[in-house]
Design a protein around this ligand. Structure first.
Ligand SMILES: *[C@@H]1O[C@H](CO)[C@@H](O)[C@H](O)[C@H]1NC(C)=O
Ligand SMILES: *[C@@H]1O[C@H](CO)[C@@H](O)[C@H](O)[C@H]1NC(C)=O
Ligand SMILES: *[C@@H]1O[C@H](CO)[C@@H](O)[C@H](O)[C@H]1NC(C)=O
Ligand SMILES: *[C@@H]1O[C@H](CO)[C@@H](O)[C@H](O)[C@H]1NC(C)=O
Length: 459
């Protein structure tokens, strides 16, 4: 099906992008803390350790016992996990469990199994959402101290929890099982870097939580704020890091001496050098290019150090070409696997996320992102020498009208919305980002699975 049509894009553009832009502008101007401070993180870690030292571990919540992820898709029935392999046992943080978890681990990296004999190819990105409260969510927000207030919807008062309990079922792929211990083994000695906008940060937070909550000893972790644009989660016992580098255009946005902002279509930010050598890099860009008027982040475009004028799509194309060439010249494909995550859909104007509690099941999707920009991405990826995997999560995410924070988010000061603000959803709803736990967890499951596939061809 054709998931992206230009039709509604113009119509809804301004109104539909407002929320993301306001938030993004806040980030850009530093008007709110980009991340919680490391001190906050340490505080959480300490508090957690004290709690664990004092009290016996609480009984594992039901979702945990039935277990999640090892990103393996098996035969078509949902399989009950073996009792010793459950994510819940891992989550208890007891020494026996650690041994058990590590003992259970050396299984080969989880693989997606093809179609269960139905003669159909397993396409990870085509399928449907299945309500599966036994398997999802993969973790509880309360277990993950560094989840930002912006996306912890239930902590912000969201009354329904069903949106956390949907499992993506790709057609012809069997059913998914997710096992934290296997994911940890898969990521041992690995460095994964997300580069992009706040939607990639959403995905970074999700993966960091998936790893953190699977760890036998959660105290052996650290968050490092290298700069306001670069944050690292480390799991020391696994020599694994998951990093986020904020670069919403991929190309460089430069603040001039006179405080005007130039978007340099022929350069990547200097900091990008730091991602070279990573095992996996997941790029994204998109939303920021569609901002217009006052919400546009740049004052002018630049090439070769001089101002240039061009249409948005042409600028976008040039920027992606710059990015693609940079990857071709700097990334060693025998060492690094490159992904580009497709556009994360918004649910505004006609199909508004406010008050929605179930996914779209009848196929009525109103696409909003300019189709031309999507083909620009696809064309540039195809033209690269370096094999880059296009993580095409747009369609499966379009169905998740229920999965945005809506009014259960934060305001521009980073505080959860007040009751009065929640009663003004037109002004305050966030229908761009996603609640966590929630949809980005599935993006990561798909990422982890595609990492294990040889000759991966995720389209
Ligand atoms: C730790 O992981 C990095 C990759 O992120 C790897 O280069 C390094 O060799 C690993 N260290 C050990 C001791 O295995
Ligand atoms: C949203 O849900 C609340 C609570 O169920 C209800 O009071 C309100 O009328 C709903 N608003 C809209 C616009 O549907
Ligand atoms: C699909 O469901 C939505 C919301 O329940 C409804 O507004 C719409 O008319 C339905 N479309 C079709 C084709 O059934
Ligand atoms: C991405 O998915 C959409 C919807 O499923 C599809 O229309 C599009 O062709 C896909 N793109 C690529 C490059 O496969």
């Amino acid at each position: 099906m054709d998931s992206i049509a230009a039709s509604s894009a113009q119509r809804g553009a301004l109104c539909s992008l407002l929320c993301l832009c306001l938030f993004s502008a806040g980030l850009l101007l530093g008007s709110r803390p980009f991340f919680p401070t490391p001190r906050l993180w340490e505080h959480f870690s300490r508090a957690q350790q004290q709690r664990l030292a004092r009290t016996a571990p609480p009984p594992a919540p039901p979702h945990v016992a039935a277990a999640v992820a090892a990103a393996a898709y098996h035969d078509h029935d949902v399989q009950a996990p073996a009792p010793d392999a459950g994510y819940g046992e891992l989550g208890r943080e007891e020494e026996d469990d650690e041994e058990m978890a590590l003992g259970a681990a050396p299984a080969p990296a989880p693989a997606w199994e093809d179609g269960g004999g139905e003669g159909r190819e397993c396409d990870l990105l085509d399928g449907s959402w299945v309500h599966d409260p036994a398997a999802y969510p993969l973790y509880q927000a309360a277990e993950c101290p560094f989840l930002s207030d912006q996306v912890t919807c239930r902590r912000n008062g969201r009354p329904d929890a069903g949106y956390e309990q949907w499992r993506w079922q790709p057609r012809g792929c069997g059913s998914a099982r997710f096992r934290g211990a296997e994911v940890l083994e898969q990521l041992r000695n690995r460095r994964l870097v997300f580069v992009g906008d706040s939607l990639n940060r959403n995905m970074w937070e999700s993966l960091a939580c998936i790893i953190y909550t699977a760890l036998p000893d959660r105290s052996r972790t650290r968050i490092e704020d290298v700069s306001s644009e670069y944050r690292i989660f480390r799991a020391m016992d696994y020599n694994c890091s998951v990093e986020f580098f904020w670069s919403p255009f991929l190309v460089k946005l430069e603040t001039k001496q006179d405080q005007t902002k130039a978007l340099k279509l022929d350069q990547l930010p200097t900091m990008i050098k730091q991602v070279v050598g990573a095992d996996v890099i997941i790029f994204n860009t998109g939303h920021w290019w569609t901002h217009t008027g006052k919400l546009r982040a740049w004052d002018h475009l630049e090439r070769n150090g001089v101002h240039v004028e061009m249409e948005g799509e042409e600028a976008f194309n040039r920027a992606l070409r710059t990015w693609a060439r940079w990857v071709d010249h700097n990334i060693d494909p025998t060492r690094t696997k490159v992904f580009f995550r497709s556009i994360s859909p918004e649910h505004k104007s006609a199909n508004w996320c406010y008050n929605q509690t179930t996914p779209i099941t009848n196929g009525t999707i109103i696409p909003w992102f300019p189709k031309g920009m999507i083909s620009i991405v696809q064309r540039n990826i195809q033209s690269m020498k370096t094999p880059a995997t296009y993580l095409n999560i747009t369609h499966l995410s379009e169905l998740r009208i229920d999965a945005h924070p809506s009014v259960y988010t934060t305001n521009r000061d980073g505080k959860p919305l007040s009751t009065e603000q929640r009663q003004q959803p037109i002004t305050y709803s966030d229908c761009s980002h996603w609640c966590l736990p929630g949809l980005p967890d599935t993006w990561n499951v798909i990422l982890l699975v595609s990492l294990t596939r040889h000759g991966s061809n995720v389209h």
